[in-house]
Design a protein around this ligand. Sequence first.
Ligand code: F0G
Length: 351
Amino acid sequence: THQWRGIIEEYRDRLPVSDTTPVVTLREGGTPLVPAQVLSERTGCEVHLKVEGANPTGSFKDRGMTMAITRAKEEGAQAVICASTGNTSASAAAYAVRAGMVCAVLVPQGKIALGKMGQALVHGAKILQVDGNFDDCLTLARGLSDNYPVALVNSVNPVRIEGQKTAAFEIVDMLGDAPDIHVLPVGNAGNITAYWKGYQEYAADGIATRAPRMWGFQASGSAPIVRGEVVKDPSTIATAIRIGNPASWQYALAARDESGGVIDEVTDREILRAYRLLASQEGVFVEPASAASVAGLLKAAEQGKVDPGQRIVCTVTGNGLKDPDWAVAGAPQPVTVPVDSAAAAERLGLV
Ligand code: F0G
C-alpha cells in the first residue's frame, strides 16, 4: 500500500534537506486539482481549482510549515512563534505537536475565524490576542524571535517559501506543463512568491516549457500592493488576507512583472459571490479569502481581459469549515418536521 508521503519526501531533491534532516510531516500536499466546469463555461477557458483546503490542517500553510518546523527541529529549536490571521497559527500549532515543540502564536484580537482559533487551542499553542492588526503581530513576532530563544515560522522565513513552491510542481506534474495563467489570493504575499519560484524552477529545468502569468488578488479594503502604499487600517470580511503591509511585497511585484501578470483587487461583495458560486456550483467549499482568486478571475473575464481557450489554475487556499459563519449568514433557516414521511416529502417538494 502506498500513500502520498508529504512534500519533503515527494520533492526531496528540490528542497533544502539532507539525508539526516529529521522530517516533521503530516503528509501534506498531493492536493486535488479539480476541473471547474462552471468557471470554464463562464470564461471560455479550461479552469482548474487547486484545492489546498484538503491539506491536513485545512490550508496551504502546511506545505511551508512542514519545512519550517523540520528546519527548526534540525537546528535544535524548542519553541516556535508566528504572527497569523489564523491559518498559519493552526498549521504551526499542529506541526509543533509533531515535533514536540512549544508553539506561540500572535493573532489580531477579534479578527480570526473561530475554526482557526479552535485549531490553535486544541493543539495546545500558547495564544496571545494582540490589540492590533496582523502587521502589528508580525512586528512583535519578529522582535521576540530576535531577542528570545524562539524560531520565527512566518513566511519571512525562506524555508516556508521553499515548501510552498511544491504546489506549482504538483500542478505541472498533473497537467504536463504550466498553465497559461495562475490565479491566487494575496495577503502577506508569501504564496504568490512561492508559486512563482516553483514555476520558474520547473521551467529552468525544462520540466515545463514556460511559466504562467501570475494573477494575484487582494481584498479592496486591504490592497496595499494595488494602491502602492501601506494600508494602516486594513479591512475585509476575508480575515485571512486582512493585511496592510505585506512582508513579501517586493517579491509579489517581481512575480507580477517577470511573469507579465497583474495584481488587482476584489470587493468583499465579489469575494462572497465567488464563495457562493464555488460551493453551490462547483461543489467546493472554501473560506472567503480563498474565493478572492476566483472572484478575480470572474472580474477579469467580465472586463473582457481573459482570452478564451487558455488553461487557468486558481488556488483556493483554505477549507470552508474554518469560517462557516459566512455559509450560514443570509441562508434560509432549515425547517423542522415531525418524524413523518408525508410531511417530509411535502416540505422537500417531492409531491
Ligand atoms: N488564503 C488564506 C486562506 C490565507 O490564510 C492566507 C494567508 C492567504 C490566502 C494569503 O496568502 O499571505 O501568502 O499572500 N494567511 C496568513 C496566515 C497571513 O497568517 O494564516 P499569503
